[in-house]
Design a binder for this molecule. Structure first.
Ligand code: GUN
Length: 295
């Protein structure tokens, strides 16, 4: 194994310590802590687990967290009411609407309702639009893509001028990370389920971001030697030899990829902890902005 293993948990912990120090300074200056408002609708266990981790990390860093938990059959009005309440709550600086929302809820209407000043998850259509425009800057960039870029920089990856391939075009990861890489002056190709000759495209890439949700989809022999690989996938696969009967793997076959790549992120413990940290960084930024506006 020759690749540098990018340990997101270590990077995330370092950044969380810095955010906690900043939160302490903020609280001392204003007399109240930065606050994260959370909307979680439904009973998806993975979403509950993510939100638990996000709230715990925020509280550990000295943030307030203000949750609105709604049932699976919550109406559109009830979800929107929760967002409006958080928009109006002066204790709340950043708002997280955990996705996916139940299928009967119009996600776009909900995300559009989040105050752009409090859009700590960076998923408001206006922030995504600004991210897509040359010479414009969004107030906040989405958490997981921002974590991917931070991990690339952690191993001094030359992004400007690099050929980058993003596998996956989701609204939360694939599309915004492609836009962020373009902003950093990479030449970006987005691959997806209809892409032809994906292996040939990946083989030309200096940077590979895998966010397709398919276990061990990208093989080592697809990679250009020396590529930097960020694996966003977290897939649970059966493994009778594992103590629990399953284990977590990424969208990249780690064993073969780590023989070819210059650096590759861990799964678990790569992008996951960074996503939470970036939400905290954005909420901290929102708190400074909103507090300064009020004065
Ligand atoms: N669901 C899975 N990942 C995310 C994320 O980064 N933000 C939100 N809001 N929902 C998610």
């Amino acid at each position: 194994m020759s690749a540098i293993i990018i340990d997101g948990a270590v990077v995330a912990e370092r950044m969380r310590t810095e955010v906690a120090e900043e939160a302490a300074r903020f609280t001392e200056q204003y007399g109240y802590p930065p606050g994260l408002g959370v909307v979680l609708a439904g009973d998806d266990p993975a979403s509950h687990q993510y939100v638990r981790m996000k709230r715990r990390a925020c509280e550990k860093a000295g943030f307030d967290s203000i949750p609105h938990y709604l049932p699976q059959d919550a109406s559109q009005d009830e979800v929107e009411e929760a967002v409006s309440t958080l928009n109006a709550d002066p204790r709340v600086h950043g708002i997280l609407v955990q996705l996916p929302l139940p299928p009967h809820i119009d996600e776009e209407r909900v995300l559009r309702l989040v105050s752009i000043d409090k859009d700590a998850d960076g998923l408001h259509p206006a922030n995504i639009g600004l991210l897509a425009m040359k010479g414009r800057e969004p107030l906040y960039t989405p958490a997981t893509p921002t974590g991917c870029i931070a991990l690339l920089k952690e191993v001094d990856t030359q992004i400007s001028g690099a050929n980058a391939v993003v596998i996956g075009r989701s609204n939360i990861v694939g599309m915004p990370v492609a836009l962020m890489l373009i902003k950093e002056d990479a030449t970006v190709t987005v691959c997806h389920s209809r892409t032809k000759d994906m292996q040939d495209i990946v083989r030309k890439a200096d940077i590979v971001i895998a966010a397709i949700g398919k276990p061990e989809f990208v093989k080592g022999d697809w990679l250009k030697p020396g590529a930097v690989v960020i694996d966003v996938g977290t897939n649970k696969i059966d493994d009778p030899e594992a103590e629990k009967g399953y284990r977590w793997v990424g969208d990249v076959e780690f064993e073969s990829a780590s023989q070819v790549a210059r650096a590759i992120s861990k799964v678990p413990g790569g992008v996951g902890p960074m996503t939470i940290t970036m939400l905290m960084v954005n909420t901290m930024k929102a708190a400074w902005r909103l507090a300064a506006k009020e004065q």
